[in-house]
Design a protein around this ligand. Structure first.
Ligand code: HGY
Ligand code: MN
Ligand code: MN
Length: 413
């Protein structure tokens, strides 16, 4: 089914959303439950109401935008993504799937198409791990991959719990009410930028995701002994940051050591206490991201990091404690959804290639409750999580057209 995507409308909305940020353009920071997040949600809900769609929020702020089908009691077809952005990020990660999903629905409506099954657009409350150190807590709760205890257990850097923050943001109700039934969706399809260079390099406009790599996160705390940078002499030090520095390199060594290009290890966040130039670090807290398409290989890297911590702890006399924040299984896309996307791209005469997603997405968890598929579009130089992240209006429009055709196909049966 071919629809006419209103590119100008969509690009105008993406540009406007990019102005709702906690930092100066072109960078974008929009952390869940921040003021910018609240303003962006309000603006988005207005767009959906203007399009004649029903909007509801759940108890953690997942937003559901429903286009009622002719048979509303049937399990719906879901689509969607996120609008939260990590510090100093770009304008397209997640937003293309939310505003592009809205545009897909609007252009289907404007074409006169009537879905048999309802079509539901989701704005997941937070895909990024910025606030609580764990990504996708909204889709994890929806799909049952995260227990209700998270309401108290998840805490931000200021020690505020999920319950405190969601309530303050106006999302009340029991955390248990977030969980959706197994048959709530008949399928879930997400449109997203590739966040890698392959599509652009090969000149292919559409990626069809076959599987999503297995993510994991560690929070490692190093407790040494602080002291005066001049008075505490080197032989007597238990420097927490020197111990942490060894583990940063151990993470890199373990990830490279598998010999597989699909293994990635990153230390992207590290806090030093007390954090004064003339004070020996007494305590360090670092967050580690390890992922791989192969779960067992990823777990091997986690084991190696654990062993390195034990050795450094022993040799340096710095206490090292490891908290496993998450270690999730990879997800397979449903062959039926992969075929639906491929058939739609074929009908539209758009070249497509099957590929792995190295980034994780809410689809990783939606796959636990419905047949899942993802549509990728190219992003310039494969860049993402940076202010210079960019996807062209042409690629975005093509992605929305393939999404619209796929939704129409799935919602008709
Ligand atoms: O880190 C990821 O893969 C996602 O972009 N949050
Ligand atoms: Mn991201
Ligand atoms: Mn994303």
């Amino acid at each position: 089914m071919a629809v006419t995507v209103n590119t100008q409308r969509l690009m105008g909305e993406l540009e406007h959303l990019a102005t709702i940020s906690e930092v100066e353009p072109p960078a974008i920071t929009r952390v869940v439950y921040s003021d910018a997040d609240g303003l962006a949600r309000e603006w988005f809900a207005g767009l959906c109401s203007k399009a004649g769609l029903a909007v509801r929020n759940d108890a953690v702020g997942n937003v559901f935008v429903r286009w009622e089908g002719l048979e509303p009691s049937l399990p719906a077809i879901g689509t969607g993504s996120h609008i939260d952005a990590i510090p100093y990020a770009g304008a397209y990660d997640g937003t293309v799937g939310v505003l592009g999903g809205l545009e897909a629905i609007r252009s289907l409506k404007e074409s006169g198409y009537q879905p048999r099954r309802s079509v539901e657009l989701l704005l997941f409350t937070a895909e990024e791990p910025t606030r609580f150190g764990i990504g996708c807590f909204g889709s994890r709760l929806l799909s049952g991959a995260l227990d209700a205890g998270a309401d108290q257990r998840l805490k931000d850097a200021e020690g505020r719990s999920l319950e405190e923050l969601r309530t303050a943001a106006g999302f009340t109700g029991s955390i248990e009410s977030v969980r959706l039934g197994e048959d709530y969706y008949a399928a879930f399809v997400e449109l997203h930028i590739e966040q890698g260079p392959l599509l652009e390099r090969e000149g292919i406009p559409i990626g069809i995701v076959t599987n999503i790599a297995a993510p994991s996160g560690l929070r490692i705390t190093f407790e040494g002994e602080g002291g005066h940078a001049g008075a505490l002499l080197m032989p007597y030090r238990k420097d927490a940051f020197c111990a942490a520095a060894e583990i940063v390199l151990a993470v890199e060594k373990a990830a490279k050591g598998t010999g597989a290009i699909d293994t990635c290890g990153t230390v992207g966040k590290c806090a030093i206490y007390p954090g004064a130039v003339n004070s020996v670090p007494s305590r360090v807290v670092m967050e580690v991201d390890v992922r791989d398409t192969d779960e067992a290989r990823r777990d091997g890297v986690l084991t190696e990091i654990g062993a390195a911590c034990r050795e450094v702890e022993e040799r340096r006399g710095v206490k090292i404690s490891i908290e496993q924040v998450n270690a999730d299984a990879p997800a397979e896309a449903s062959p039926a959804i992969v075929n639906a996307i491929a058939d739609t791209a074929g009908e539209l005469g758009v070249a497509a290639k099957k590929m792995v997603s190295r980034a994780y997405h809410d689809s990783l968890f939606m796959a636990r409750m419905a047949p899942m598929g993802m549509i990728f579009i190219p992003c310039r130089d494969g860049v993402s999580h940076r202010p210079d992240e960019y996807a062209s209006p042409e690629d975005i429009t093509r992605g929305v057209a393939v999404l619209a055709g796929t939704l129409a196909r799935l919602a008709a049966v």
